[in-house]
Design a protein around this ligand. Structure first.
Ligand SMILES: NC(=O)c1ccc[n+]([C@@H]2O[C@H](COP(=O)([O-])OP(=O)(O)OC[C@H]3O[C@@H](n4cnc5c(N)ncnc54)[C@H](O)[C@@H]3O)[C@@H](O)[C@H]2O)c1
Length: 356
């Protein structure tokens, strides 16, 4: 029996990954203690997704373990041993903006939790492919030093800049920048994952994702701007544009497309790999543009408020150059464009409103 372990299994990326890996014929074991509810409140909890996976994915087994609990995690991985062929680590405190509230919780979940997992895998199933969901926030505020031009609705990097045509690649520096606490805990974990690949020869890979969303995204103000914007529109709440006049640019990737990228990696892992992964030049949007797009597509009104103060270490422009990943996995083709992403997020918000 070939087993895949997915941490953060009820979260946005984890749940899509559970389905993708189950479709590949793996027995999927999920780990998620619904910490998201504790972090962001009841409406952002992911308990509904655990129930859905248990009902819909044949053979799916869920463990509500905290990834920081070394004894429990080690015991679980020891139990499955070399039957574990893949680990996708998506459990996290995922919010840049939340992290300063409780740096200890942020660091122990993101960095220590990753170490707990890596070391258990090293001891009991070192051949298993290990994919880690890192973040573009490991680059801190470096992108803000790019020669960005301010246009009417967005910042833009001129096309003749080396990163203008395809976006930012993995050679962007990670130090001498402000990261916020979140970027720091994610970078610590990212380095650990790389080091377990290099030092112990384990097939590990880091996926530095930007803005990821989809119908399964339980939006919260502190995390996931598009899902939160749609939720604000539907619930008549105010959406605050923090700093930079709302002209910050993000590339956006649907969680299902990301899960397919993770699935490709675990079938043929490149040890110690690091990839920037996102919607790239094809799918990107500024916050201001997103307000218009959400209104046009859903017919709902987004009530906005502008705050002059940017969030600490907020990147003014991020578009991922995905060519390193595509070179290694040329068959990966993201299926969702901006329109279908917004439509799916809207459907997901409406479904949850009606108890779905
Ligand atoms: N969504 C994005 O825009 C985005 C962008 C870049 C990187 N990422 C990364 O992708 C990964 C997944 O993000 P997501 O959007 O699916 O987040 P999410 O919050 O939807 O899912 C994370 C899940 O992890 C669980 N979890 C948190 N702490 C835990 C703990 N201590 N023990 C067990 N489970 C725990 C939560 O309950 C939640 O269900 C994270 O590492 C995140 O940093 C996400």
């Amino acid at each position: 029996m070939a087993i895949a372990i997915v941490t953060g299994a009820s979260g946005l990326v984890g749940a899509e990954t559970v389905r993708v890996l189950a479709d590949k014929g793996l027995e999927v074991v999920g780990i998620d203690n619904n910490m998201r509810r504790e972090l962001f409140g009841d409406a952002a909890g992911t308990g509904f997704m655990r129930t859905r996976l248990e009902q819909e994915v044949p053979g799916y087994i869920h463990h509500a373990i905290d990834i920081r609990d070394r004894e429990a995690i080690t015991g679980l991985i020891r139990r499955y041993g070399t039957m574990v062929e893949a680990v996708v680590h998506a459990a996290a405190q995922p919010s840049l903006h939340w992290s300063a509230r409780d740096p200890f919780a942020d660091f122990t979940i993101n960095a220590t939790g990753t170490l707990v997992l890596l070391d258990a895998v090293r001891r009991f199933c070192p051949e298993a492919a290990f994919a880690y969901l890192s973040s573009t926030k490991v680059y801190g505020d470096h992108p803000n030093r790019l020669p960005l031009a301010e246009e009417d609705s967005r910042f833009e990097l001129p096309l003749d800049h080396p990163w203008g045509e395809y976006g930012i690649d993995e050679t962007m520096p990670v130090d001498h920048a402000s990261h916020n606490l979140f970027g720091t805990s994610k970078l610590s974990a990212d380095l650990l994952v790389q080091e377990y690949g290099r030092h112990f020869g384990m097939p590990t890979g880091c996926f530095r994702a930007g803005a990821v969303t989809g119908g399964g995204h339980a939006g919260a103000e502190m995390h996931g701007f598009l899902a939160w914007m749609v939720r604000c529109a539907v619930e008549g709440r105010q959406f605050t544009l923090f700093g930079h006049s709302g002209k910050q640019v993000r590339d956006v990737l649907h969680a299902n497309d990301l899960a397919n990228a993770l699935g490709a990696f675990i079938e043929a892992p490149e040890p110690g790999a690091v990839y920037n992964i996102g919607g790239g030049r094809e799918v990107n949007i500024s916050l201001l543009e997103a307000v218009r797009a959400v209104e046009d597509m859903t017919g709902e009104i987004v009530h906005t408020r502008i705050s002059e103060t940017p969030r600490p270490a907020d990147q003014m422009w991020w578009i991922s150059d995905t060519r390193s990943f595509l070179e290694a996995y040329p068959h990966w083709v993201p299926a969702f464009d901006m329109e279908s992403i917004i439509a799916d997020v809207y459907d997901g918000v409406l479904a949850r409103q009606h108890g779905g």
